[in-house]
Every structure is written in C-alpha cells, then in structure tokens.
Ligand binder design. Sequence first.
Ligand code: SAM
Ligand code: SF4
Length: 342
Amino acid sequence: MSSQPTSPKDGCVLFDRFGRPVTGVRISLNPSTLCNFNCIFCHSEGVFDEPKDIMTASEIQRIVKVLTKFGVNVVKLTGGEPMLRRDVLDVVQKLGELPLRELSMTTNGTRLVELAADLKDLGLDRVNISLHSLREERFNFITKAVKFDYTLRAIRRAVEVGLTPVKLNVVVMKGVNEDEVEDLIDYAASLGGGEKAKVQFIELVAEGAADSTFYKTFHVDLTALEQRFKSLAVEEKVRQLHLRHQYLLPNGVWVEVVKPMHNSAFCMANNRIRITYNGQFKPCLLRGDNHVDFLTAMRNSDDDEALAALFKKAVWLREPFFKPKEFPRYVKQGAYSTQPLS
Ligand code: SAM
Ligand code: SF4
C-alpha cells in the first residue's frame, strides 16, 4: 500500500484510497444521548447532561475552515439534539462565515419557533425536522415528548423564514404510523411542497440486535413504498450524496426513501466524513475503532497544518464497510489523491 501524500494543494478535493471524494461533513454538536426527546427507536436516553470535552463553536469553525481548504463545502449539523446547544447561534454564525455550498441541520424542532429567523440570517440554509406522526397521541408515544403543537409550529416557522427545503424526517414503524404516509405527503403539500417542504421516509435501523423483539415488532421494509413512489412519480432525480432517488409526486411534493445503508452502492457513493461532538474524525459510520482525534492537537497548538494532516489521515482510513463483489477492480492502489475541484 502506498503512503499518504503529504501536501495536497489548497482548492483541491481529497479522494480516499477507493476513489471516493470527500466533499461533505456531518458534525454532531452533542452526544447522541443528549436530547430532550426520548424516541423509542433511538439510542438516546433522554439525558440532559452537558458533556465534557465538547468542541466549542470556535473549534468547530477552525476544523471546518481547514476542511474547506480541501474542497469540503457541504456541512450538516446533528446530534443528539443540536438545538440544545446553548451556543447554537454562535456555531451557525461561525460556520456561516465560511465558503460553504450548503449548511444544514437535522433537528427535532426544539427552539426553532424562536430561533429560525436568526439561524437563517446567520447562514443556515435549510433544516430536516423529525415528524413521525401527525396524530398527537402517536407523536407522544414515539417521542415521549409533549411537543406536538410546538413541532408543527417549528415546521411552519422554518418554511416561513426560508430554511428550505424543509425535509420532514419520518421513521416508519409497523402498526404505529405506517398508515400515515399519504397524510404526511398531504401535510407537506399544505406547506407548499416543491422546494419548500419535502418528506423523507426512513426505514427503521436496528439500534441493537436485528433480531430483537423491538425491531421485529416495528420494522417495515420500505422497498415497496419506494416502488410505489417510483410508479407515481412525474419526475425523478438522484442525489449525488447517497445515490438516493427523489420522486416528485403529482401533488407537487418531493419524497425520498431512506433505506438502511447496508449496501455497497451506498458505501461507494458516500462522500461525507463524520465529526464527533468531542473532536474526532469518524471515517466510517459503522465503525468505532478508527476514530482520529484532532481536538487534542487543536488545543495544544495553533498549527492548522497539523489538523490538515489529521484530516488526511482520516480520509486515508476511509474504507467502504460494505464492499461491492467486484471490489478489487475499484481499488486504486495509492489512489488517495487530490484533484482540482470541478
Ligand atoms: N435529534 C435530531 C432528530 O431527531 O431529528 C437529530 C439527530 S437524529 C439521530 C437524526 C435522525 O435519525 C432523525 O430523523 C431520527 O428520527 C433518525 N433516527 C434515529 N434513530 C433511528 C433509528 N433507529 N432508525 C431510523 N432512523 C433513526
Ligand atoms: Fe434521538 Fe433525535 Fe429522537 Fe432525540 S429527537 S431521541 S436524538 S431521534
């Protein structure tokens, strides 16, 4: 295996050893356990502690600035619940100063009624808001949070201030909300549809064992739903980021089906690296054994070259978790390289 290149030029994008460019980053603003909801399918435990070693807003800006030098220009903020960060406006303001193509956030809608306009002004482009049911009792059952009315107001506010397209994230569960697909699409239409409100139907991912009673009780395979959307669609497009298809339905609403990423096509199309709330690059969503810590280096020195080297190392470590059968012909030995941005 060839060694890592040492000095990619500014304005070039990094490719990993498998020929995948890295152009996006998903940043957890707090740990997955830090949330005011307690959704039945999430590994969050409704914990509300302030974690230690959390990256500050300035540290987040500093690392993203380093990444932009390598062509990373799409940033997604997530959590836990990102809106629980007291300094969320500061985080968005600092990222809003960087040359990004898109800055977005996935949230349960907390504080959005009050903060949506400021977030937009400071540079947030759009949001995904989780809305698993349009029926209050079901919403409460799923989220264990009595926030139904507030969440609907948050969604309306996000559309109003232009955090669009607002994507409604719906985790579909057998016997719970699977009968609400049409209602949720109609709801998106009532918000304006098109580039204002879209719906993402998400297939339940097993947080523990796939043969757990919970998973077997609630999991629905969304393949048939996607086929139905495909047959009804008046237009279809494929998102570069995940090779996911988006379908425009006759009522003017774009829908998307998010299947678990247990497939090689997803892995090979993945051009996003993750950053944990405590300052580590996470080269693969499904692995916890190859994180690259940059927070220590960042706190010990002002040298951004050292951070760039750690980013390069993390990109070097990227490897598709699920590899295509014909994988060997995809491998370009020493293909970790820089290429001019197109
Ligand atoms: N707290 C925010 C929220 O819920 O929107 C952001 C973090 S949450 C982990 C990101 C997305 O993952 C949400 O849309 C959530 O519904 C979804 N999600 C969480 N656990 C899931 C699971 N077991 N299967 C499928 N989707 C899940
Ligand atoms: Fe998990 Fe998001 Fe639900 Fe919180 S709102 S419990 S982080 S899915």
